[in-house]
Design a binder for this molecule. Structure first.
Ligand code: ADP
Length: 583
């Protein structure tokens, strides 16, 4: 139990977010809803914020200067994936080393102008092979988005480009719903590149073209492009389209329900999507610069063909978060909530300061903690912070004394942080928000109610009533304060989009860096599901730098195993149906 001596009081300080003029409104609104404060540079210290969320990349200096209690929503070097020409280069490199078949989810692509003659050779070869049948290609500016500057063509003379561009095989047999083309927007959060930790969001968007698919008219963007910015402006956007409905979006879960209603094995499709995402991120993982305290939300655009093969079209950083329709609202708001959960911004900083006799507590330390049992927090040399749970807890059975907690994933210096601004507390144990989170997640959890009776809120304008309201609203959207468990729930290898029901049932989420006995990421947080590392061997291969060769080897073993079990299932299915037909 955290004890409160008479001369001290506990300060609960809301977390602070920083944004710029392009930060999506939904991010701001969700953070406010969760009780965060907006950073105000006129009144707050330059480092007095916890999350900086902006659309564009951060200069490297911001990464270098990030403080242990801060997070940035971009990782440096991720344009390697998001510029279409860079993406192609990285995928090609991987194909060269590990074989083209592993990366067969990427359509044949040429980078212009360098690959022009190679493209013409391929175009001619295909033309000859197809005879009178047309072949289809799509030309996309490497750096543009939202369907801008795209041309679909089957005749070489229609290929025009004046900037860095990719020419790609046009997938001319897309999976159609009521003759409308669609693609999937899959959200992926790389919680860290060192060690590589990939979460895939089980909900997402399906984006529809709003005119029926027609290869005889390649100029109709509303039939061939699924970007909502293109289709929103189309004449059929508001119409109630048979089989699709109004607008141009479904949730991913609705899509999978639809597939199941058509007797399609959606699990297999999800598995293939997971493979595609992992392999794509692996293609850049060894080359991204190292940086701590940052994460990246990617939007993968994936087209499914009529044989249910997923094709990677492109990867977006800062995927669109505008709320254009009710589908957007339901998916994107929860997505932001879950990212905040994933980043372990669980609670406000807790500060407990000693009151000097006869003085009100006018001086508020930035982040500090006193009165903690020394055993609980001690500085250690490099990556570890030992926390031993000496004091009594209500759910003692869930705890292990002397748990070793890795904080290197998020902590810049990975040690307890001492705030230099508050020398008056120099003898007190000061620590970073990471440590606060650690403590709050574990030691503080059960004492929260007791402590809340005594909290004083900082800044003072926020009343405790309001704080409780904020906490209540937080709790209504996400599990309450996390508990650390002594024994990590069994490491679940390669969970494939578990049902939302199963996620909702598991209320106590163990944040990534709160694991015991080695760095085990949580298997899921909210609707985010861990897809990498996917077993013990890949977990080991991410320690001390990424052992890509080992990871790919494991990946191939996994795929082979899955193929074998698929084949067994098919033959079993055949035998059963033969058996049934004989009876
Ligand atoms: P942008 O960055 O402009 O959105 P994308 O590569 O995502 O560029 O392409 C825009 C749209 O064009 C996609 O959403 C998809 O509908 C269609 N598209 C792109 N590439 C292909 C392709 N190779 N085959 C079929 N359709 C494609």
């Amino acid at each position: 139990m955290i004890t409160q001596d008479e001369n001290s009081e506990i300060m609960l300080k809301p977390l602070v977010f920083r944004i710029d003029e392009n930060t999506p409104e939904v991010v701001k609104n969700v953070l406010l809803e969760r009780g965060w404060n907006k950073y105000n540079e006129d009144v707050q210290d330059v480092a007095d914020w916890n999350l900086y969320w902006r659309t564009s990349a951060f200069p490297m200096i911001d990464h270098n200067n990030v403080k242990p209690w801060q997070r940035l929503n971009h990782h440096p070097g991720t344009t390697r994936l998001t510029r279409k020409d860079y993406l192609e280069r990285h995928l090609k490199h991987m194909k060269g080393i590990y074989g083209a078949s592993l990366y067969a989810f990427s359509p044949l692509t040429f980078i212009m102008p360098n690959d022009y003659s190679k493209f013409v050779a391929e175009y001619s070869r295909e033309k000859e092979a197809l005879g009178t049948k047309p072949s289809y290609w799509i030309c996309k500016p490497a750096e543009l988005s939202r369907g801008r500057g795209i041309i679909i063509f089957s005749d070489l003379k229609d290929l025009i480009f004046d900037c860095a561009t990719v020419v790609q095989k046009y997938i001319s047999n897309p999976f159609l719903i009521a003759r409308y083309k669609c693609d999937l927007r899959i959200y992926v959060c790389v919680a860290g590149f060192q060690p590589l930790t990939i979460y895939l969001y089980q909900e997402g968007l399906v984006r529809f073209a709003t005119e029926k698919f027609d290869l005889n008219n390649l100029k109709n963007n509303c039939a061939h492009l699924t970007n909502s910015s293109v289709n929103k402006a189309g004449a059929s956007y508001k119409k109630n389209k048979e089989g699709v409905g109004r607008g141009c979006k479904w949730t991913l879960s609705k899509f999978f329900i639809y597939l199941r209603s058509q007797d399609v094995d959606d699990l297999l499709l999800r598995q293939r999507i997971n493979h595609l995402v992992i392999l794509t991120i692996l293609s850049i993982a060894p080359s991204v610069p190292s940086a701590s305290n940052c994460f990246e939300l990617f939007g993968f655009d994936i087209l499914i063909d009529d044989k249910f093969k997923p094709w990677l079209l492109e990867v977006n950083v800062s995927p669109g978060l505008s709320l254009d329709c009710s589908t957007d609202v339901s998916v994107k708001r929860k997505l932001i909530h879950d990212i905040i959960e994933l980043m372990h911004f669980k609670q406000t900083h807790l500060t407990k300061i000693k009151k000097e006799p006869g003085k009100a507590s006018g001086h508020q330390p930035h982040i500090s903690w006193t009165g903690i049992n020394k055993d609980r927090v001690c500085e250690t040399s490099k990556h570890w912070c030992k926390i031993s749970w000496a004091e009594g807890k209500k759910d003692r059975d869930q705890e292990t004394p002397g748990q070793w907690i890795n904080i290197s994933h998020f902590g810049q210096k990975n040690v307890v942080y001492a705030s230099s601004r508050h020398t008056s507390h120099s003898k007190e144990t000061c620590m970073s928000s990471n440590i606060f989170s650690l403590l709050q997640g574990k030691a503080y959890n059960n004492d929260l109610i007791d402590v809340q009776k005594k909290v004083q809120v900082f800044p003072k304008e926020i009343s405790t009533v309001k704080l409780r309201e904020m906490k209540a609203s937080r709790d209504s959207v996400s599990p309450a304060f996390p508990k650390i468990r002594s024994r990590q729930t069994t490491f679940k290898p390669f969970r494939l989009f578990p049902s939302s029901e199963s996620c909702k049932r598991k209320k106590n989420i163990i944040p990534y860096f709160l694991s015991d006995k080695g760095m085990r990421p949580s298997s899921h947080v909210g609707d985010f599901v861990l897809i990498f590392p996917f077993n013990e061997a890949t977990l080991a291969a991410t320690k001390n730098g990424l052992n890509l060769k080992k990871v790919i080897h494991e990946f191939q073993r996994l795929v082979n195993k899955q193929l074998t079990s698929e084949a067994t299932n098919i033959s079993l299915h055949k035998k059963t149906s033969q058996g049934n037909s004989m009876t």
